[in-house]
Ligand binder design. Structure first.
Ligand SMILES: [Fe+2]
Length: 136
């Protein structure tokens, strides 16, 4: 199976996973069972040296969450999508980007009174899926 076809299938499966499965209440970025599928600051895998430009940055301001990926946005190489997911696997929001977008920035509103872990993902068309998390 070609790598891109595998990754496409993996993303579809991970999207279904995020929407239907309860994620254990623990740090996903610290786990290693998704090595080679999801990358993070401490798990760059085959993309060694790429975390600074791919790991999404999460900023909380009251009920608002801003997710930024400090990455180029060109036709050939860009951030395709952000998602924000609760600690129980509920998708709080998502944003799909165009290579014409100037920056990969998305904002989401948290459910009222939300407390717990927040997961943000950033998908690069060349460097796969990256995860960051924070606890609020
Ligand atoms: Fe990239």
């Amino acid at each position: 199976m070609r790598r891109r076809e595998f990754l496409k299938g993996t993303l579809i499966a991970s999207g279904a996973f995020a929407m239907t499965t309860v994620i254990p209440h623990k740090s996903m970025a610290a786990s290693t069972y998704l090595d080679g599928i999801i990358y993070s600051k401490n798990n760059e895998g085959m993309w060694n040296g790429k975390s600074a430009s791919h790991v999404p940055v999460i900023e909380i301001n009251g009920n608002s969450v801003k997710v930024t990926t400090n990455h180029v946005m060109t036709q050939e190489h860009y951030i395709v999508r952000h998602t924000l997911v609760s600690q129980i696997g509920e998708v709080i929001g998502d944003k799909t980007f165009s290579p014409k977008d100037e920056k990969a920035i998305s904002t989401f509103e948290l459910p009222k009174g939300y407390k717990g872990i927040l997961y943000a993902t950033s998908f690069c068309n060349r460097h796969d899926l990256w995860l960051a998390e924070t606890n609020i």
